[in-house]
Design a binder for this molecule. Structure first.
Ligand SMILES: *[C@@H]1O[C@H](CO)[C@@H](O)[C@H](O)[C@H]1NC(C)=O
Ligand SMILES: *[C@@H]1O[C@H](CO)[C@@H](O)[C@H](O)[C@H]1NC(C)=O
Ligand SMILES: *[C@@H]1O[C@H](CO)[C@@H](O)[C@H](O)[C@H]1NC(C)=O
Ligand SMILES: *[C@@H]1O[C@H](CO)[C@@H](O)[C@H](O)[C@H]1NC(C)=O
Ligand SMILES: *[C@@H]1O[C@H](CO)[C@@H](O)[C@H](O)[C@H]1NC(C)=O
Length: 389
């Protein structure tokens, strides 16, 4: 190749990069002044965003869950607030109640269909025979469909319950948040499927995810905020079960995280596709993985310590045992040992071996709300503004 040709090829690519980066800069036509006025938040997901569904349906988390913020168990798997709580707070909205919770709930500004241990695909081993919630994403969608019509019936009837239901117009104005997929990967790993087998089932998970997003859209949803899945290979429940798997420099399980990253790649592609198919909707894909991973990779930088060790757990290198979880009691050598909180949950990342501490959740929220981790760099407050691919 002549020097000239090489230079012009270089120039061609240089121009491509310029053009692409200009597109990237211009892409979000954002109105910086006006933040979105979401009157409600409607969430579908798993324990990462469950504010009481699992507790209502099955077994409520016990003390020391909730200690840091609520000063009592608060139907969440954490010592305090979850990312979804910080999101609600950012819009001046009350914490969203669980659809399944029949006691004292008020859905006027949002509703939560998430349950801990939920999957996108129908799980094989459902509680109490296995660990997974029956309320997989298809059922969460069906609950949403019922809720949408019944809540409006209740409002029309008036009386006692009307004020705890959202206005009809909120369904098209609400922010719809999704955080689900971690348990689909976990189900495969714990069913002893190979890494390759779990990896190969990712496209089916994503197809089923997209189908549900479209169903939610068909009922009027327009603003979508989608979390990708976190680094499952950094969590003690996976670390302790697959201790012989290859580790990365942060001490996380490399193959398990690679599957999570493949899930995220396919999810991101699906969001791009959804933007094309549903141009009147706004989609924000949020790279929660990157934020969570940065905590495990550089804990000190962010004010955290003992990144891979559960604050509230029992035994082993990761302070986690599947035999006795946070809040439980185990008899060791004739003595009962209560699995309580570590001394300083405020400097810890992992709460109970599976879930994050309030301190970590706050850090994650602070990062993602800026928009730096959104594919279109849309901040949370502007998530109603449509962007093109
Ligand atoms: C539900 O919350 C809304 C908004 O905070 C309030 O106006 C309404 O009175 C509440 N309904 C009940 C039944 O508590
Ligand atoms: C997976 O393998 C482990 C170790 O061989 C075994 O103890 C466990 O029961 C298996 N789990 C399932 C769901 O087959
Ligand atoms: C998962 O599958 C994709 C597509 O075939 C492949 O590129 C990737 O390397 C696989 N990852 C793992 C961990 O097997
Ligand atoms: C239980 O007692 C045995 C025998 O005294 C001892 O070796 C073991 O370390 C004890 N286990 C724990 C967890 O304290
Ligand atoms: C491990 O969990 C126990 C509760 O069982 C807690 O007291 C302890 O501080 C935790 N260890 C670490 C290193 O956080």
């Amino acid at each position: 190749m002549s020097e000239q040709a090489a230079i012009s090829i270089f120039f061609f690519f240089f121009m491509q990069v310029l053009v692409l980066s200009e597109v990237a800069i211009l892409k979000p036509v954002l109105d910086e002044q006006n933040s979105c006025d979401f009157p409600a938040i409607i969430n579908l997901g798993d324990s990462n965003s469950d504010t009481g569904g699992y507790a209502a349906g099955f077994y409520p988390p016990t003390s020391p869950n909730g200690n840091t913020y609520f000063h009592m168990p608060a139907r969440r798997f954490s010592d305090g607030r979850l990312v979804i709580d910080f999101i609600a707070d950012a819009f001046g909205l009350p914490f969203i109640n669980a659809y399944l919770d029949s006691v004292g709930t008020n859905f006027s500004h949002g509703i939560n269909f998430a349950t801990a241990a939920s999957t996108i695909r129908l799980p094989n081993r459902i509680i109490p025979r296995g660990g997974f919630s029956p309320f997989y994403l298809d059922l969460q969608y069906l609950q949403f469909e019922q809720f949408k019509s019944r809540s409006q019936m209740i409002r029309k009837q008036g009386g006692l319950f009307a004020s705890s239901m959202p206005k009809g117009q909120y369904f098209s104005k609400a922010l719809y948040t999704f955080d689900i997929g971690q348990n689909d990967l976990g189900e495969g790993f714990f069913a002893n499927l190979t890494i390759q087998q779990v990896n190969a089932s990712v496209p089916d998970m994503i197809n089923k995810f997209s189908a549900n997003v479209k169903n939610v859209y068909s009922l009027g949803a327009r603003y979508f905020w989608v979390h990708n899945t976190g680094p499952i290979g950094c969590l003690p429940y996976v670390l302790s079960a697959f201790s012989s798997a290859e580790k990365d420099p942060a001490g996380c399980l490399k193959p398990h995280n690679e599957v999570a990253q493949y899930f995220n790649l396919k999810l991101k592609e699906a969001i791009v596709q959804l933007r094309n198919e549903l141009p009147s909707a706004a989609f924000t894909y949020v790279d929660i993985y990157a934020v969570k991973y940065s905590l495990f990779a550089e804990p000190q930088k962010h004010g955290f310590e003992l990144p891979l060790v559960a604050c509230c757990g029992y035994g082993g290198r990761y302070n986690y045992s599947a035999e006795v979880l946070c809040g439980g009691t185990i008899r060791v050598n004739g003595t009962d040992i209560f699995v309580g909180s570590c001394d300083r949950p405020s400097v810890r990342i992992v709460w109970d071996g599976i879930h994050y501490t309030e301190a970590a959740n706050r850090f994650i929220f602070d990062q993602i709300s800026t928009g730096l981790f959104s594919d279109t760099h849309v901040p949370l407050k502007q998530a109603c503004q449509r962007t093109s691919n």
